[in-house]
Design a protein around this ligand. Structure first.
Ligand SMILES: Cc1cc2nc3c(=O)[nH]c(=O)nc-3n(C[C@H](O)[C@H](O)[C@H](O)COP(=O)(O)OP(=O)(O)OC[C@H]3O[C@@H](n4cnc5c(N)ncnc54)[C@H](O)[C@@H]3O)c2cc1C
Length: 430
């Protein structure tokens, strides 16, 4: 239950209508076995994956599919709530197709054909594309079910530390003296980097961004994802993602860049979004917020723990900073790096050598670095409100610019095609 201080006032919402009962987590029981950590002791696993988010579950699924004895260790029993916008863009959708999970996720999620972007002065433009929304408790449960279905073990365990020993790693878990043993370990604990406790002194301890979200029920009809750089939210960004069945995920985030970003108060920002951003005001005026406002940090732009620092441990997903700067989308890149890690761990296990693990950072770097570079530039440009006003206003009348923005989202166009002086000049003639 939310405490009083957790609850954000919904301006315009009828005080006489209590919010419909809405559990913070979907009441679906996961239909897979969740073991105790102790049940895995006394056996040398091929690989252990720490953290059951999209990165870890993708890695575990691919390793299990390759017939390895792999266990996922997750500190929270499933289904567990995860603070997220619950939005899947093209990179996540591509990964779901690759894993053979697209149909099941689409059937349980909510499909949308456009994203509407709002500039600081509330110019709006629709960007076409394929988008899905699905609550993370359900999404992650579907991935976990698939991983276990392909042979992975799933155990509830809070991993406190990893010790390297000849030929193996030993994992120390809360509440048990026993150590779990595996040949190799994949750390995918999200923004929480404690289990790996930085092997490199240069690892930033502070996250790059923070974001909050809450759920609402509303009778407004909505057929697109909304992303906003509205004046009331700056220097942050906000979103309204319809989940279907009159349910919405609303939230805002801010990058900790510059003084304004570091000082921003997300609760105040969210309140301002509900009061001054018309689509958010409309959602709450025709319904009610149904959950407390919850926040979480983000690690973006490949500024995180190194993917490989020697030994038998690799790290992937948000732990290594794979979440996109500028949009805060991270599910797709977490899955992509989970798959790349599985590839390299698979080769290392087959070869009986750690050498393939040394190649993982370069593989991730060459797959992702160019995209992050473009998104870092976009993030810097959009910190100037006039730029997003100018571009979104131009895009209203330019199909070519709308298609270029769609290309950025589905990764066929580099963001610098729009966010550069060349891009600005081109937008004037498009
Ligand atoms: C408010 C907000 C909104 C967002 N919206 C979106 C969005 O709409 N779309 C999008 O693509 N991305 C979004 N993101 C980013 C997205 O949530 C992350 O990029 C993504 O979850 C990263 O996946 P991951 O597998 O690396 O880590 P996570 O999903 O964080 O998973 C890590 C797992 O590790 C477990 N864990 C942590 N420590 C331990 C431990 N010591 N032992 C065992 N288990 C442990 C955690 O319980 C968790 O289950 C949002 C983030 C925030 C904060």
């Amino acid at each position: 239950m939310s405490s009083r201080s957790d609850t954000v006032r919904a301006p315009g919402a009828s005080r006489n209508t209590p919010p419909p009962a809405q559990p913070p987590v979907s009441k679906r029981s996961p239909s897979f076995a969740q073991l105790e950590a102790d049940s895995l002791t006394g056996r040398l696993l091929d690989a252990v994956v720490i953290g059951a988010g999209p990165a870890g579950l993708t890695a575990a699924l691919e390793l299990a599919a390759a017939d390895h004895d792999v266990a996922i260790l997750e500190k929270q029993p499933f289904p567990r709530s995860k603070v997220c916008g619950d939005g899947l863009i093209s990179d996540s959708i591509r990964m779901l197709r690759r894993l053979g999970l697209y149909e099941v996720v689409r059937s349980q999620g909510h499909a949308l054909e456009a994203a509407r972007l709002f500039s600081p002065s509330q110019y709006a433009v629709d960007i076409p594309g394929e988008f899905l929304t699905i609550r993370r408790d359900l999404f992650d449960t579907l991935l976990a079910q698939a991983a276990v279905g392909r042979g992975a073990s799933f155990a509830v365990a809070d991993v406190l530390g990893i010790e390297e020993r000849p030929g193996r790693v030993l994992l120390r878990c809360r509440g048990t003296e026993a150590r779990l043993a595996a040949r190799l370990a994949v750390v995918a604990t999200g923004a929480d980097i404690r289990p790996i406790r930085s092997p490199a002194p240069s690892t930033p301890t502070q996250p790059s961004a923070v974001a909050v979200r809450c759920y609402a029920r509303s009778s407004v009809s909505a057929d697109r994802m909304i992303v906003s750089f509205d004046q009331s939210i700056l220097p942050g960004y906000g979103w309204i993602f319809p989940l279907g069945n009159q349910e919405f995920n609303l939230g805002c985030g801010v990058f900790r860049r510059g003084r304004a970003g570091r000082k921003a108060n997300l609760r105040t920002m969210f309140q301002a979004m509900l009061e001054f951003f018309p689509p958010a005001r409309e959602v709450v005026a025709n319904g009610a917020l149904t959950s407390p406002l919850k926040g979480a940090p983000l690690r973006c732009g490949l500024r995180g723990v190194p993917t490989y620092a020697g030994g038998r441990v690799v790290a992937v997903g948000e732990t290594t900073g794979t979440t996109f700067p500028f949009t805060g989308e991270g599910i797709g890149k977490a899955m992509e790096t989970g798959a790349l890690a599985a590839d390299h761990v698979n080769t290392a296990l087959a070869a009986g050598s750690l050498e393939p693990l040394e190649r993982l950072p370069l593989a991730i770097q060459s797959a992702l670095e160019p995209r992050y570079h473009g998104y870092n530039i976009a993030e810097r440009w959009l910190s100037h409100p006039w730029v997003s006003d100018f571009l979104i206003k131009r895009a209203q009348g330019s199909e070519a610019l709308r298609n270029a923005a769609a290309g950025v989202l589905n990764e066929t166009v580099d963001p610098s095609a729009i966010f550069s002086w060349r891009g600005v000049v081109a937008s004037l003639i498009r």
